[in-house]
Design a protein around this ligand. Structure first.
Ligand SMILES: Cc1cc2nc3c(=O)[nH]c(=O)nc-3n(C[C@H](O)[C@H](O)[C@H](O)COP(=O)(O)O)c2cc1C
Length: 278
């Protein structure tokens, strides 16, 4: 079980960025200054983990040390390293998405990089294994979407059986995902949202990372609603209900439960739930 006490990272600008962020793939060649990079790393240190027992670390990597398919050329890359433990991919997605939103909120461009890897010699850091990274820097294209209609996402009804919690789930729906496959499915009861991900076909387990990103958006939406929240201690092990397996072919076959967020009642009003009967 985890929880949330005093927050040091201001989460409201991150929440607002959910509704306008986009992947940026064109960057100005000049990099950020040392002070700005220091600020980015200071923020990374303040990012809140999904599973606090998993040790992680961030590192800045230059373009010359990044290789691989779907590489976006940028002056900087923010890589996350982790110990290999159950839930570590979702945890990495959850942490790094806070940085994606932070950079967007500051008017900087960023793009998730699931294909590229750091060169040999950069794949370990502080005894932890490289997981994934974000390309970032000054954008040479608009950083934000002009309107919500520019989000290309499946309708919420295809992602959940939960009814009446659009305030939380609308934010999760807008999460970016590897290959844009939107591999998540949401269930819930009694103030608890469970997030499930389709089994990844790739060895990198990208769907778990994407589910961690959706969990990050859920948490920010919960904080925005003023709910106090605690984690349900679900990670792995459980299977999503049958109906989650047949929503779309892309989301087919044996989804895995990634984690669940429990939102307790806010001080200002009841957190009422309505779950559609199965
Ligand atoms: C885990 C993950 C890996 C990704 N890998 C790449 C990549 O290697 N190259 C790339 O250009 N975009 C990559 N993306 C960006 C997605 O294609 C993009 O998020 C998705 O198409 C939705 O678009 P949006 O971010 O503009 O909302 C990745 C996104 C995620 C979440």
């Amino acid at each position: 079980m985890g929880g949330e006490g005093a927050l040091s990272m201001d989460t409201e600008p991150l929440y607002q960025a959910i509704f306008k962020r986009k992947s940026v793939r064109n960057f100005k060649p000049e990099g950020l200054g040392a002070k700005e990079l220091e600020q980015v790393m200071a923020m990374a240190k303040e990012a809140v983990p999904l599973f606090p027992d998993i040790r992680t670390s961030f590192k800045l990597v230059g373009s010359e040390d990044v290789r691989g398919i779907f590489k976006v050329t940028a002056p900087h890359y923010l890589a996350i390293y982790s110990e290999a433990k159950e839930g570590h991919m979702a945890n990495a997605g959850f942490l790094l998405q806070q940085m994606d939103l932070y950079l967007s909120s500051k008017g900087l461009g960023s793009c998730w990089q699931g294909g590229p890897k750091p060169t040999r010699g950069m794949r370990e850091h502080e005894g932890l294994q490289f997981v994934i990274m974000l390309a970032f820097g000054m954008a040479d294209e608009p950083v934000h979407r002009g309107s919500m209609s520019e989000f290309k996402r499946e309708p919420l009804g295809k992602m959940t059986v939960v009814h009446g919690r659009e305030d939380l789930l609308a934010a999760a729906r807008l999460a970016p995902s590897g290959m844009h496959n939107q591999p998540w499915y949401f269930t819930g009861a009694d103030g608890c949202v469970e997030v499930h991900a389709s089994k990844s076909v790739d060895v990198a387990n990208m769907n778990q990372i994407s589910a961690g990103i959706a969990l990050c958006h859920l948490r920010l939406a919960g904080l925005h609603q003023g709910k106090r929240w605690t984690w349900c201690a679900t990670r792995g092990g459980q299977r999503a209900p049958q109906r989650a397996m047949c929503t779309s072919p892309r989301r087919a076959s044996q989804p895995e439960t990634v984690a669940a967020l429990r939102f307790s009642q806010s001080l200002s009003g009841p957190a009422s739930w309505a779950i559609r009967p199965p």
